[in-house]
Write a protein that binds this ligand. Sequence first.
Ligand code: SME
Length: 163
Amino acid sequence: MAESIAFSKSADRATIYAELAPQIEALISGETDLIANLANVAAVLNEAFGFFWVGFYIAKDGELVLGPFQGPLACTRIAFDSGVCGHAYSTRETVIVPDVEAFPGHIACSSAARSEIVVPIFFEDRVAAVLDVDSDRLADFSADDSAGLEAIARIIGRYCRFA
Ligand code: SME
């Protein structure tokens, strides 16, 4: 297993996502444990982008349950139809929220979070988890983030075995 990741520190996010994708694939394709893999993906995204919060909510027992993450402590359980995470889960689509205060039903785990992106992770054609990234800056996420994070979500869905 690689002990470090390499990326162009001053490059734009699209370039960095493209550099990370094959490294994340190499990292998780040789490991079968779901939690170990999600933990390393959260660590890689945090190291590369310094996001305020980045992590996973896993669909289990009829709700979204907090999984591996990097950042301040977070809510542990989210209903399938609640918040930005629940919206991405139930619509099966990536959600970009430029201003969380303007999103009805946003769940504020931290008052410092200003914008957010949530990407569904598909496994056997169902949403098995969501990848959630929060920023402490307004409108911090663009189509580059959705494309980059969706590519990573596809890699996770290909190699990780969700229950
Ligand atoms: N803001 C999310 C909840 C999760 S935290 O941001 C980590 C939401 O509205 O679903």
